[in-house]
Design a protein around this ligand. Structure first.
Ligand code: AMP
Length: 242
């Protein structure tokens, strides 16, 4: 996947957590890829993890699918368990970008408790919120395609595959996500407004929120993000002993 570099060296940093908030189609996944390349920390996308479970037909996947296919959020317990398991994998030792998590106040409070319980040291923690006009969200989501096998994302307008309808990586067929149907896009935006905007307010009150104009071109959003990450003195979380 194409990523633009913003400095010559990949930064070596201690554990760092970034949370990306924004409505569906805001560009969180694209930005997480760029942050991964720049800071050498993986992206944890709860949506992608859930879709992986669905493709593998796990019990969790079956439970998640009925909600996700209706444009609704999956239960907090299920999603938090999944994040707890993923975040302890070795590649997250130096940090991670949480893409699409937390999405409810319950999940945000769970994350606070989790970090307090399991991290001894200060963890730089910052929340970036991408603000995008609704009309633009529709334009982007209508052009989104996914590989039916590996789940890689494409946008037929701005990031098309080399061969129409086929994944560059494995050649498998590209599909439209079920929840990218027009009526479900509406519904997911409403769910975002009801459930996730309060999460943004929660972090704003704690002084941890930074906002970015996500209507801008991809490279501008990335440049602004890197500037924020480099310049901001991240609020430090006081760790308790295990
Ligand atoms: P996404 O790929 O982020 O758009 O997520 C796709 C779908 O997965 C959402 O519409 C939800 O049904 C589910 N999902 C992803 N992340 C979460 C989360 N943090 N909490 C609850 N449901 C989620």
């Amino acid at each position: 996947m194409h990523t633009q570099k913003y400095s010559s060296a990949t930064k070596s940093i201690s554990t760092k957590l970034l949370v990306l908030l924004g409505p569906p189609g805001a560009g969180k996944g694209t930005l997480a890829d760029q942050i991964a390349a720049e800071y050498n920390i993986p992206q944890i996308s709860t949506g992608e993890l859930l879709r992986l479970h669905v493709r593998r037909k796990t019990v969790l996947g079956t439970r998640a699918r009925t909600r996700a296919d209706r444009g609704l959020l999956v239960g907090d317990d299920l999603v938090c368990d999944m994040v707890a398991r993923r975040i302890t994998e070795p590649d997250c030792a130096r940090g991670a970008t949480l893409d699409g998590f937390p999405r409810t106040i319950g999940q945000a409070k769970w994350l606070d408790r989790y970090l307090d319980k399991y991290y001894r040291e200060h963890v730089p923690f910052i929340v970036l919120k991408l603000n995008v006009e609704e009309e633009e969200l529709f334009r982007r989501l209508s052009a989104r395609r996914l590989c039916s096998s590996c789940g890689r994302a494409y946008n037929i307008l701005v990031r098309p595959p080399n061969t129409a309808d086929a994944c560059d990586f494995d050649g498998e067929k590209l599909i439209t996500r079920r929840d990218d149907a027009q009526d479900l896009i509406h519904k997911r935006i409403r769910v975002y407004q009801q459930e996730t905007l309060p999460v943004a307010n929660y972090y704003r009150d704690k002084g941890q929120l930074r906002e970015i104009n996500g209507n801008a071109p991809v490279h501008s959003v990335a440049a602004e993000t890197m500037r924020i990450l480099q310049d901001a003195s991240f609020p430090q979380r006081q760790r308790q002993c295990r």
